[in-house]
Design a protein around this ligand. Sequence first.
Ligand SMILES: [Zn+2]
Length: 217
Amino acid sequence: MAIQRHKGLADNVYGAIFNKLMSLEISPGARITVDALVRELEVSQTPIREALGRLEGEGLVVKTHLVGYSASPQITRRRFDEIYELRLLVEPDRARHAAAHVGKDQMRKLKDTAEQMRKLDSIREKSSYFRFARLDGDFHDKIMEIAGNELIRNTLRHLHTHFHIFRLMFHARVTGEALVEHESLLAALSTHDEVGAERAMRDHIERSRQRLLPAFA
Ligand SMILES: [Zn+2]
């Protein structure tokens, strides 16, 4: 697949490699050779090295001295449990704060993200699934931003949770059900229903965990 040459080159190269990693076309743990990507994407080494550096920052690629780049291994069951334990401790409480503080502009942006996810859900192809993963990450990040504790927000953001959990399995149920749960969350946030927002967030995270558990069966 040749990449279109225009000003969005760097982003396109990044997107192409991101999709390969998320779809497991590049298997977890597999070596990634820059030369092979140069041939396949028909671009120079520079945008590929840039993209790999960016993906390394997002935890999807590992760079090892003398060996080079490889795809990060799939998260372990233990790490999965730890991620969800952390999310359940933090995110419902933050959603409660967000419900108390959310402004009209913030609410509009949040609804906008939810709307983009709904549009993607109707496409139902693999690449839209990965955009969905990114938007889900944005959606949760926006709520953390509204809740107002930058330290908590950054801590969660640096885990790149949504990339790792969405890489576990490709399943249409994951998106459809998440949309319904986001709706409950949005309804509670827009009416400043603090208890409702906390409950909706806890419910969403618990269900998300249940949906992804079969990946370890
Ligand atoms: Zn979500």
